[in-house]
Design a binder for this molecule. Structure first.
Ligand SMILES: C[S@@+](CC[C@H](N)C(=O)[O-])C[C@H]1O[C@@H](n2cnc3c(N)ncnc32)[C@H](O)[C@@H]1O
Length: 409
């Protein structure tokens, strides 16, 4: 006997929507079923086979695409103190519900750049800034519109991965058996020197150089003998550590149309900046990012400075010290807010600990944030559940991550 099925049976068997099924028929991906006297479709065994085959093929294609994507390094694949990667759903929700049309988004303490990346699109221009040179290089990789030869860069990454290093170099002498195994340190030094030589001989342009350095920085993070920053290293070094491997960064070329990239003190930048939304995520406590990421600055610049102490930091880091990590923080914050030229100001500030002088204590109190923002417009405060509070003090105390939104008058 010929077994037949109703459309509803097919939908249930394959757990697909009616629209998907009809699209497959319309696109000739499966054969068209006959209809009965009421116009209802009659599905047969051959349709079951066709649909099973189609679903398997689609799954395989998706898996191939996924595995290709896995071989690329994404902007968030990096450990960074204070990264807001996990806060992105809240930031998106607040902006969607509270901010009317915007076409420019400025992330002026951008760190990894993950927040700016979320809003980088064909319709939105992003402006990214950070005082660290290593971050500036990373933004030039992910957000610039300077041209680059993708095939060439992939081939160069391949060459860098195959480098065999024999002789000690600046990096192995200063950083082996602390932050990196000896083998990885040798290779990192050799790779970085090779990139510098290619750039000096003009075999690569600034964008291509940035992509290669970015690839190196992300690869270093995967094999570093640390808990995610370079203020200290773990006591024991794993001599059989995973060998370092560089990957091609995942760059959304179509979106990088007229983005702007800076490396300047945010308080100076805002004086010449106009954007619809300015997002502010300053450091919270006295831990300077110049101390936590001195090693990446060193690799990004490759000026081979003298390094000292157990943590092997460059002697002079004054240029990358932040006032937001000092007791001047409330004053510079107020100055920053006063000079923002935008429709909305959004501030993230972590209040894990009370304001005070301890190393991990917050440098700006909630009252100081609210007061500065209220001088510019109406303020709302959101917690991670999108609960919102007007500018009360006690109610927001227990919430670690909050977003302060100011609709500028
Ligand atoms: C909390 S982190 C930002 C994290 C970022 N939102 C993310 O998701 O990765 C603060 C950043 O501000 C930068 N910074 C500190 N002082 C600065 C200043 N005066 N101007 C610009 N950037 C500064 C630091 O280098 C650090 O990357």
């Amino acid at each position: 006997m010929r077994i037949t099925y109703k459309t509803k049976d097919i939908l249930d068997i394959f757990n697909i929507s009616r629209q998907t099924l009809y699209n497959w028929i319309n696109n000739n991906l499966i054969s068209k079923p006959k209809t009965d006297w009421r116009g209802w479709r009659i599905w047969e065994e051959k349709h079951i086979e066709e649909i099973s085959k189609l679903i398997t093929e689609k799954k395989t294609k998706a898996e191939i695409k996924q595995s290709k994507a896995n071989k690329l390094v994404k902007i968030h694949n990096r450990r960074y103190l204070g990264s807001k990667y996990k806060l992105i759903p809240l930031i998106k929700k607040v902006i969607k519900k509270e901010c009317e049309n915007f076409t420019t988004f400025a992330d002026i303490f951008a760190g990894t750049g993950v927040v700016a990346d979320t809003f980088n699109s064909a319709n939105t221009k992003i402006i990214v800034n950070d005082i660290l040179y290593s971050n500036y290089i990373i933004y030039n990789t992910f957000f610039s519109n300077q041209s680059y030869d993708k095939t060439k860069v992939k081939e160069l990454i391949n060459q860098l991965n195959n480098i065999k290093s024999q002789e000690d170099n600046y990096f192995s002498i200063n950083f082996s058996n602390t932050y990196f195994s000896y083998e990885n340190a040798l290779k990192i030094g050799e790779i970085r020197e090779t990139i510098e030589n290619w750039a000096n001989k003009e075999l690569i342009n600034f964008r291509e150089k940035s992509i290669l350095i970015t690839s190196l920085i992300y690869a270093m993070d995967k094999v570093a003998n640390t808990c995610g920053h370079y203020d200290a290293f773990r006591k024991t070094i794993d001599s059989g550590a995973t060998p370092i491997k560089l990957l091609m960064p995942y760059i959304k070329d179509n979106f990088n149309i007229n983005n702007e990239i800076y490396r300047i003190d945010a308080n100076l930048l805002v004086r010449n900046l106009k954007a619809d939304i300015i997002y502010i995520d300053t450091p919270y406590n006295s831990r300077q990012y110049s101390d936590s990421y001195h090693l990446l600055e060193n690799v990004a610049k490759w000026e081979k400075p003298e390094v000292i102490g157990v943590a092997r930091k460059m002697v002079d880091r004054s240029e990358i010290k932040s006032s937001y990590c000092t007791k001047k923080a409330p004053i510079v914050f107020k100055d920053l807010i006063n000079n923002c030229n935008c429709k909305y100001i959004i501030v993230s500030y972590n209040n894990m600990s009370k304001k005070g002088d301890g190393r991990s204590n917050a440098k700006i109190s909630d009252d100081e944030i609210i007061e500065a923002l209220q001088s510019r417009g109406t303020v709302k405060i959101f917690d991670t559940d999108y609960k919102y509070f007007t500018a009360g003090k006690t109610i927001i105390k227990e919430h670690k991550e909050r977003l302060f939104l100011c609709k500028v008058n």
